[in-house]
Design a protein around this ligand. Structure first.
Ligand code: MEV
Length: 322
């Protein structure tokens, strides 16, 4: 048993968030911001989790699994699930240091869960197949938000760009990003993925005959978008991003602050802009021609608490040589 550091990337959902929870396809790309998790087996009978981002330490007794509470519970659950898989119960010290802004919709919790499963299993001498890493991290995601689609843990495990459908798995896409940039802007309002997912599902259950066609339309949009992404047809991709945003507004996950950022990006030349992730706050994503990016970024800066450009990250979860 040894000390291991693993990392996994964050993500941006380009198309299909929320609709993916009910079986429609969605497209996500991994981005070049990573969550780093170090796991060290100890002689104790507890899992101790330290998050550098929150400057927070929490402990989880191994023999009181049912009474675990606290912000870091999903991390302890991810480690515990890997421990059961390795058939070795032991104390652990877990150290988290993530570059992915928490509560942003950029997959911070999934990346931490994936890196935790990966590092824990390796620290306990078990080499897991990536699919297994993703499946075990999914169990921790359920603790965070009840009914996850599985897209977040999948992209954090495999990296690159994927078209994903719940229950069917994913295919790797080969997007071309030439002469364009993805710009992300933060509303500054944190949001709760579980809460947003529950709200959308409640709306769907109340008005199925109205919401079903919206879901169907979102699914059709994703199939079209996957082809455009691989062709590098950015004009039409941008149009589909705008339509996708409209569908997300229709199911109630946009806010005044999100609309302000989306419209600021579009008015300053973005080819398309939409919320990304669960909505209710968090980030928007804008597709921009390289030549227009500076103007769009500077306009967004007057309304956003953070603006960044992201690149596609090909690599998924990996062991770090630290
Ligand atoms: C969250 O990143 C994406 C959602 O579609 C939820 C999920 O797919 O589990 C809102």
């Amino acid at each position: 048993m040894s000390r291991i550091t693993s990392s996994a990337p964050g993500k941006v959902i380009l198309f299909g968030e929320h609709f993916v929870v009910e079986g429609q396809p969605a497209i996500a790309i991994a981005v070049s911001l990573r969550a780093y998790v170090t796991v060290e087996p100890t002689q104790s009978d507890e899992i101790k989790v330290y998050s550098k981002n929150f400057d927070l330490t929490e402990t989880f007794p191994l023999n009181q699994r049912d009474s675990w509470t606290g912000k870091m519970t999903p991390v302890a659950v991810a480690a515990y699930t890997a421990m059961l898989e390795a058939d070795k119960k032991t104390g652990l010290n877990i150290h988290i240091d993530s570059q992915i802004p928490p509560g942003s919709g950029m997959g911070s919790s999934a990346a931490v869960a994936v890196a935790t499963v990966h590092a824990t299993s390796l620290a306990l001498g078990l080499q897991l197949d990536p699919r297994k890493v993703s499946d075990l991290a999914y169990e921790a995601e359920k603790v965070v938000h009840g009914k996850p689609s599985g897209i977040d843990n999948t992209i954090a495990t495999f990296g690159g760009a994927i078209a994903y459908r719940k229950g069917e798995g994913f295919i790797q896409l080969k997007p071309i990003f030439r002469g364009v940039k993805l710009v992300l802007a933060d509303t500054g309002n944190p949001r709760n993925t579980g809460e947003m997912v529950r709200r959308v599902l409640a709306l769907k259950n109340t008005y199925p005959s109205i919401l079903d066609p919206i879901y169907y339309s979102a699914g059709k949009l994703v199939v079209e978008a996957a082809q455009l992404l691989e062709k590098g047809d950015y004009e039409n991709l941008g149009i589909l991003m705008n339509i996708n945003h409209g569908l997300l507004s229709a199911v109630g996950v946009s806010t005044k602050e999100i609309e302000l950022l989306v419209h600021t990006a579009r008015e300053n030349g973005a080819l398309g802009a939409k919320l990304t992730g669960a909505g209710g706050g968090g980030y928007i994503v804008a597709l921009c021609r390289e030549n227009d990016a500076e103007k769009i970024i500077s306009a967004l800066k007057s309304h956003a608490t953070n603006v960044l450009t992201v690149n596609l990250e090909e690599e998924g979860v990996r062991k770090e040589n630290i």
